[in-house]
Write a new protein. Structure first.
Length: 303
């Protein structure tokens, strides 16, 4: 397959992945009458079943060999499962409580949190522009807290939980599908027990007789798996610089949904907060892109 065709397929896959993530609030808004914890329990169970089916079809007789992981890896996946569960629960809670703008803010902050973790954990060095970018994001967060009078806990939980999740997965030697399968499998007993408890309390929304709602709850597995598969396909075909630029598509779409479709308040103080963070992201992206181009030029010069 030609390089141009591979790149085109990669761009399509990336647009599909980030597009689904960006439009996800529309899907979860349809489940607005269902508790966030029940939605996450269903998301865990249906994702696990779907992943098991996909891996079984793809690997066939090698299924059990393919999903086998070492105890140390399993422990790391147990930690990452807690982090991604916290991220999912906070995200759905924010949508169901009409705070979609906070999710957009969180995922705009996320790349800068990842940079900070790279500095602290992997001793990665930052350029002056990248340091300035992180400081601007911190200033935006402080402005939201002081001026709006509300600590942006939803945005920060989303940003830090996903950044920490990425950190754990980066240090864990396992593929994306197998890793997510084990994460959801480890969470499944808790999810089942929680649904059982909700049923005993008469608070369970899931009812197979109510087809639309039951279908939407089961569909949370697809919402989880499809963008992940598309993202994995995009990463194989595109350079990280392109992926890095495109990752802002999802929170940008969520921002538009929050302000223009869901009519969430967007005050001058919100504009200042987002403006500081967007400026930081532009500086960070420019610094990363410049470093990437310099590296490519050097590699061509030594080839």
């Amino acid at each position: 397959m030609s390089t141009d065709r591979e790149r085109t397929l990669g761009l399509i896959a990336a647009l599909g992945a980030f597009g689904i993530w960006g439009l996800a609030p529309l899907y979860f808004k349809l489940l607005g009458t269902v508790r966030a914890d029940e939605i996450i329990a269903h998301r865990v169970i249906w994702s696990m079943l779907l992943l098991a089916a996909v891996l079984a079809v793809r690997e066939r007789r090698r299924f059990f060999i393919h999903i086998r992981v070492r105890p140390r890896v399993l422990l790391a996946l147990a930690i990452s499962s807690v982090l991604i569960a916290a991220n999912w629960l906070t995200f759905v809670y924010a949508i169901n409580s009409d705070r979609v703008l906070s999710t957009s803010l969180g995922y705009f902050i996320n790349p800068l949190v990842s940079v900070l973790l790279g500095l602290l954990v992997f001793r990665e060095t930052l350029s002056r522009l990248q340091v300035l970018a992180v400081l601007l994001a911190a200033a935006g967060t402080a402005w939201m807290t002081l001026r709006v009078g509300q600590f942006p806990w939803i945005a920060l939980i989303l940003a830090f939980s996903f950044a920490l999740y990425g950190l754990v997965r980066k240090k864990t030697d396992v593929g994306p599908l197998v890793g997510l399968f084990w994460e959801t499998l480890l969470m499944t007993p808790v999810a089942l027990l929680w649904l059982f408890w909700l049923s005993r309390q008469g608070m369970l929304a899931f009812d197979p007789a109510h087809v639309p709602e039951a279908t939407l709850l089961a569909g949370t597995g697809l919402i989880t798996l499809v963008p992940l598969v598309l993202f994995a396909a995009a990463v194989r075909r595109l350079n990280l610089g392109t992926i890095g630029l495109m990752q802002y598509l999802a929170p940008s779409m969520t921002f538009v949904l929050a302000v223009f479709l869901f009519d969430e308040p967007f005050t001058p103080d919100h504009a200042t907060t987002f403006g500081l963070i967007w400026t930081g992201l532009l500086l960070f992206t420019w610094a990363g892109w410049r470093h990437y181009r310099r590296g490519r030029a050097l590699s061509r010069g030594t080839a």
